[in-house]
Design a protein around this ligand. Structure first.
Ligand code: NAD
Ligand code: ISE
Length: 338
């Protein structure tokens, strides 16, 4: 039974605790912490036998914690991931790995120095049945060489701490990781187009279109709308030389009534990616239980996504096309992107 400590008991922290206690196998949540002590106390109250720690560092040092799940805000990820590596404990870090590429590189360097993989990053689209099916079609060659991909990432709304740059660093960063995995190639440049501003966007520039260039010449466009109001809508279509392949519609039911055909739209990421998170966390548990290494998105993947995300932010601010340059990849990470 893998004993997991959770840092950050907000929205996704509570959702991962729910799945680890009620859905998944081979795991028990033994400790929690949050700077919001009242919330952490409430969450700990629902976990018989779990310890409430006042700091993330105390939780990481707890002998009753075999592995760490970091679900706190992005700017706090680096300190907890580095402390977990120093303690020799596997750490699953929600995206982004860290909020700057320099911080991600420090994590990469610490993991390489530790000499074994300890870090996995929460890019859950790689575990989603629809994205996996789309990748299987692309890899099969059935639609020919992929030339373009059109992506849509729409949120009904976003929290009040969300900033102009968050559209890239917090939202489109999922497409940045997914595209590297889907095409098996690095992203080489980013550009941002700014359409007419939505009246629902408040102080944000909403929507945005992010254009990503890939090493092999394919081009990907990502519509990012984070105040679309009607629901959470994720789409993707790959255009190949001989055909196209797109993610299917999410809804499990279609209603025909009163002269209309309708289907429900998910409210947010928890509903749309419910099963992907289940598979992602179960595979992580199974891989690290008994001293094994994680096999999902690595610290290098977290670093590569951060470099592209930084380029996207620079492109948003400057209006220019910004090239992406990655550091030399340590041989430690030289495995296929898939
Ligand atoms: P949230 O604000 O609901 O929860 C974050 C929690 O972290 C809060 O309770 C906050 O008090 C706590 N916290 C902040 N600083 C801390 C610190 N130093 N130590 C301990 N706790 C601290 O946010 P959320 O939506 O749950 O997002 C958390 C992380 O998960 C973010 O990195 C976000 O990008 C990521 N996320 C990923 C997905 C996904 O689809 N994979 C979805 C949502 C959020
Ligand atoms: C959130 O943090 C997520 O990761 C969701 O998957 C994404 O859709 C949303 O835009 C982010 O704020």
């Amino acid at each position: 039974m893998l004993k997991v400590g959770v840092i950050g008991t907000g929205m996704i922290g509570q959702d991962h605790i729910r799945r680890m206690t009620a859905v998944l196998a081979g795991v028990t949540v033994t400790a929690v912490t949050d700077v919001d002590v009242e919330t952490a106390k409430k969450v700990a109250g629902g976990l018989p036998g779990a310890t409430l720690h006042l700091t993330g560092e105390d939780l990481i040092a707890d002998p009753a914690v075999d592995a760490v799940l970091v679900c706190s805000w992005g700017p706090t990820h680096e300190q907890y991931v580095l402390a977990s590596i120093a303690a020799g404990k596997p750490v699953f870090c929600e995206k982004p790995l860290a909020t700057t590429q320099d911080a991600c590189l420090r994590i990469v360097e610490a993991e390489v120095a530790a000499g074994r993989r300890l870090v996995q990053v929460g890019y859950m689209r790689r575990y989603d049945a629809a994205y996996r099916a789309l990748k299987r079609v692309v890899d099969s060659g059935r639609i020919g060489v992929p030339l373009m991909m059109h992506c849509t990432h729409r949120n009904a709304g976003v929290p009040s701490f969300y900033e102009k740059e968050s559209a890239i660093t917090d939202t489109a960063v999922h497409e940045i990781d997914m595209v590297r995995w889907m095409f098996g190639e690095e992203i080489t440049a980013a550009q941002v187009l700014i359409p007419r501003k939505s009246r629902n966007g408040g102080p944000l520039q909403d929507p945005l279109i992010l254009i990503l260039e890939l090493a092999g010449g394919a081009i990907v466009d990502v519509e990012i709308s984070v105040n679309i109001r009607y629901g959470y809508d994720i789409r993707g279509e790959v255009v190949g030389e001989d055909g196209t392949a797109a993610l299917g519609e999410f809804s499990p039911v279609v209603v025909r009534a009163a002269g209309e055909r309708s289907a429900p739209i998910p409210l947010d990421w928890r509903e749309r990616f419910l099963l992907a998170y289940d598979v992602e966390i179960q595979e992580w548990i199974d891989s690290v239980a008994g001293g094994g290494e994680p096999v999902g998105p690595s610290a290098w993947d977290g670093y590569a996504a951060a470099v592209v995300s930084d380029a996207g932010v620079a492109a948003l601010r400057s209006g220019s096309r910004v090239p992406v340059t990655l550091a030399a990849q340590p041989t430690f990470y030289r495995a296929p992107l898939s």
